[in-house]
Design a protein around this ligand. Structure first.
Ligand SMILES: [Zn+2]
Length: 484
């Protein structure tokens, strides 16, 4: 299907039809969780005919999936479990059985509904939750993968090295299936933990990929090391980043180093995805310093933007929390899922100014509400600090190689005030005194606070602090305060 050039009314019609069919034929009869929820709230899925009608459904959030003492395996309630006696009596299935025979139809049911694969949440803030995929979902994962590569503007002649950590996590597998479906050579290194930094560099030396794919901080680290070792990577034209935010500052640093390594025009494409959505969305290659937004797949799912306080649905282009509903999912399914991600530009249906695709796009910066912490600098009143803003400042400062923010109790006394310490390793040739002054000034102007101390380390010591090679997610904000 021509997924990316349909008019807005055509896309809306497809979404409305698919939503109605999905709710009445899959979710209401076969999802244990939503069957119960619809009964409790007296929701008749047959009356949900448009995307606007979706507002009748309550939200689902991470807390709904977590185990409780009564239900230690709560996530199982979200797995689509078909009732064969219902399925067999559908007119379409009766016709199919007559035509192809019973065992062929049973085999098709199995491929559609039996979980055969799973990825899990990374569980930094809570217990990991597993999300099951059936063969039907694997086909969708392949479809989203191929569309992602189209969005990045890559061709089948190009090669890529996938440096996402090898784990049952969406990012790694989305890339693997993207390459298989699109039909391009994509080699997975498994990331730093599997091959080490030098292993990744020598793999890139052998494969000579046009595209480097991975977590921004790790890709940056590999490029920096390869640059320091004097490698030349003139063939690199694309960086595809995911798993965490990739601010313009870190993008500029990576492109600058690659150009010193012989590369020409390098474009950076960010991606956005989350375990619960079981697919990812990407940017088309924007000119340097610009964002093109995450290009969505309107026939596979619906994004709403809501006011996080009231739950009201916001208008096009308005900021708020992203809420996701799939339109063609089996396995573990969450509807109207509150991602906890806030986007400042909302969702737009304007055609993309860079590639002309007519699909809706998530535009602006995405941040986590959980990245806001309360710090007790004085005895009386706490200060709310958004660590996304601090990360933005530090990533945008070219003279900083690596950094970490530490929150601790003054004098190691649990009853004392909080201290904010900035650990940093300067980039080559940076003047430390000027750099410290610059960071202090920027913190003061943009977030109205300054770190209590700035401690300088070597790059190697900093990498140990943030555990870039040994853990799946680097530790940028280290909170050592005793838990209440
Ligand atoms: Zn575009």
């Amino acid at each position: 299907m021509n997924w990316d050039r349909l008019t807005v009314p055509e896309q809306r019609r497809i979404q409305n039809e698919k939503l109605h069919r999905y709710l009445t034929e899959v979710i209401a009869p076969f999802s244990p969780y939503y069957k119960k929820l619809f009964a409790e709230h007296q929701i008749d899925p047959r009356r949900i005919k448009t995307v606007e009608d979706l507002r009748q459904l309550p939200f689902t959030s991470k807390a709904d999936l977590l185990p409780t003492s009564e239900q230690p395996e709560k996530f199982r309630e979200f797995i689509i479990t078909p009732d064969l006696s219902v399925l067999k009596h559908r007119p379409r299935v009766i016709a199919e059985t007559l035509l192809r025979g019973r065992s062929a139809v049973e085999r098709r049911f199995e491929r559609e509904y039996r979980p055969i694969f799973l990825t899990a949440t990374t569980g930094r803030s809570s217990l990991p939750v597993a999300f099951a995929y059936t063969d039907h979902d694997m086909r969708n994962l392949r479809t989203s993968g191929a569309r992602l590569i189209q969005t990045f503007g890559a061709t089948t002649e190009m090669r890529g090295v996938n440096m996402f950590p090898y784990a049952p996590h969406l990012a790694f597998w989305q890339v693997v299936f993207a390459g298989l479906e699109f039909g391009m050579l994509l080699v997975s290194s498994g990331g730093g933990k599997v091959m080490g930094t030098d292993g990744n560099i020598s793999l890139i030396e052998k494969i000579k990929p046009e595209a480097l794919i991975g977590i921004p901080t790790f890709v940056y680290h590999v490029i920096r090391e390869a640059h320091a070792q004097g490698h030349k990577w003139p063939q690199v034209t694309k960086l595809v980043l995911g798993g965490e935010r990739s601010p313009q500052g870190i993008r500029r640093k990576m492109v600058g180093l690659l150009q010193q390594m012989g590369a020409g025009d390098v474009r950076v494409c960010g991606t956005y995805g989350f375990t619960e959505g079981r697919m990812a969305w990407g940017e088309c290659p924007p000119p340097p310093g610009k964002w093109s937004g995450y290009h969505l797949f309107p026939d596979l799912g619906i994004f709403e933007v809501i006011d996080p306080e009231t739950g009201d649905v916001k208008g096009e282009g308005e900021p708020g929390e992203l809420v996701y509903t799939p339109l063609d999912a089996r396995g573990t399914v969450v509807m109207r899922y509150r991602t906890g991600d806030y986007v400042d530009g909302g969702v737009t249906w304007e055609p993309c100014p860079y590639c002309g695709r007519t699909v809706p796009r998530i535009v602006g910066k995405i941040g986590r509400a959980s990245n806001t912490k309360e710090l007790q600098f004085g005895k009386l009143k706490g200060t709310l600090v958004n660590f996304d803003n601090l990360q933005q400042i530090l990533d945008d400062t070219t003279e900083i190689g690596e950094w970490q923010l530490e929150i601790r109790k003054a004098h190691d006394d649990p009853h004392d005030v909080d201290e904010l310490i900035l650990h940093l390793a300067p980039a080559n040739g940076a003047n430390m005194e000027q750099l410290k002054e610059k960071v202090r000034t920027q913190f003061q102007t943009e977030v109205e606070l300054t770190p209590n101390r700035i401690e300088v380390h070597s790059i190697d010591d900093m990498l140990k602090r943030i555990k870039l090679e040994s853990s799946l997610k680097e530790i940028r904000v280290l909170d050592t305060r005793p838990k209440e």
